[in-house]
Design a protein around this ligand. Structure first.
Ligand SMILES: Cc1ncc(COP(=O)(O)O)c(C=O)c1O
Length: 379
């Protein structure tokens, strides 16, 4: 049986990884500035993570959500402490799309309304409601397309006001910094106005922190810089450092009832152990502070490279914008300099999403390689 061929693959086969490095079957070392789409948060094969997961799988790897699971309570408590999101309750699932799917569904249950507002260039996942809120018609199947969604320009207050005033919107869903779309971020004024408008017209504000959450921007969640309080916050990627786990934080004003949401695998013992270990490591190793420091160093260094026209994003969620398509540059970085980076919907943007444990010395290695690769482009 062959694999259903949906992924264009680089011809590299990683067989092991350690912190910010990945190794292929020939022992070649790659500097991982991509973290497998922003997933690796505390570093590949972090020793405490390995130890805790090994111990957990040897003790109790899984049981369903029909029994008491104190690990879920511990995760909720630790998450409250680190994120300072005290007015929320936690629901656990398995991925980013599933987190957004549950968030939208819950907004619809809570408001009794059906329309979704999303933004141009958004990406929220590939499931039923998440995919219609994603600005990419190529991945929306006819069966999804029947759902009601309106896309507006990211940051357009007038358009948002006009749509919300009609009164049929259950949710406004927004990434705070767009990931796949190319690292755009709206103004604090826009997010605050969106929050006020949602309250006024009876809609819920969903912050999709699937990519930007869990410390990636140097704040625990990216929305915190803007001083807003979303009604629902979705999370996934960095949450489990590679172990599949997603979740939503749900504001207290939204009430739970038995059976309203549910999942077989979500919040299982292994997933909770992985996420608890991520949180403990973020705390013990001061990773939020590290993100701030290494990010400033990174931005400062890239400022000196004249080919970079714009640096977008925050913390270790960065985009380097050139005035030419970066596809060849990215290949050169991988195959000749052994550095993983990412791309986005913006063809001129190189995405940087490393482990939050990245050090200044790794930035130096990248800058050196980038400078050499850019020299080559000129020839
Ligand atoms: C902002 C955002 N939301 C949702 C998703 C979907 O997450 P998943 O691939 O885990 O379903 C992604 C994935 O890239 C994302 O970047």
């Amino acid at each position: 049986m062959s694999l259903f061929n949906v992924y264009p693959l680089f011809d590299i086969t990683p067989v092991k990884a350690k912190d910010v490095y990945v190794y292929d079957e020939n022992g070649t070392q790659y500097l991982d500035l991509y973290g497998g789409h922003a997933v690796i948060s505390i570093g590949h094969s972090h020793p405490t993570y390995v130890e805790k997961l090994q111990k957990q799988v040897a003790t109790l790897g899984f049981y369903s959500n029909s029994i008491q699971n104190p690990l879920q309570e511990a995760l909720a408590e630790k998450l409250t402490k680190l994120s300072k999101c005290e007015s929320y309750e936690l629901f656990l699932c398995n991925s980013g799309a599933e987190a957004n799917e549950n968030a939208i569904k819950l907004a619809s249950f809570h408001t009794g309304k059906h329309k979704i507002v999303a933004f141009k260039n958004s990406f929220h996942g590939r499931t039923s409601a998440a995919v219609v809120a994603t600005d990419n018609p190529k991945i929306v199947a006819p069966v999804n397309a029947q759902q009601a969604v309106e896309f507006i320009e990211f940051g357009d207050v007038n358009a948002l006001t006009d749509i919300l005033a009609k009164g049929d919107v259950c949710a406004v869903i927004t990434e705070i910094i767009q990931g796949v779309g190319g690292l755009d971020e709206a103004t604090t004024e826009f997010y605050k106005t969106a929050e006020t408008l949602c309250q006024k017209f009876g809609s819920l504000l969903i912050a999709d922190e699937v990519q930007s959450g869990f410390g990636r921007t140097g704040d625990f969640f990216a929305f915190q810089k803007h001083g807003i309080e979303p009604d629902i916050i979705s999370m996934a990627k960095g949450m489990g450092n590679g172990f599949p786990i997603g979740g939503i934080l749900i504001h207290h004003k939204i009430k739970a009832s038995f059976g309203l949401l549910g999942t077989t695998f979500g919040g299982n013992h292994l997933a909770c152990t992985a996420s608890l270990c991520v949180l403990e490591t973020i705390e013990n190793e001061n990773l939020l502070q590290n993100v701030e420091e290494v990010s400033s160093y990174f931005i400062n260094k890239t400022n000196h490279i004249s080919e970079i026209k714009n640096i977008k994003g925050r913390g270790l969620m960065l985009g380097l914008e050139f005035d030419f398509p970066i596809a060849e540059l990215r290949k050169d970085l991988i195959y000749n300099h052994h550095i993983f980076t990412g791309s986005s919907k913006n063809p001129n943007l190189l995405r940087i999403l490393p482990s939050l444990t990245l050090k200044k010395e790794h930035v130096d290695v990248f800058i050196d390689a980038l400078t050499k690769a850019l020299e080559l482009q000129k020839v």
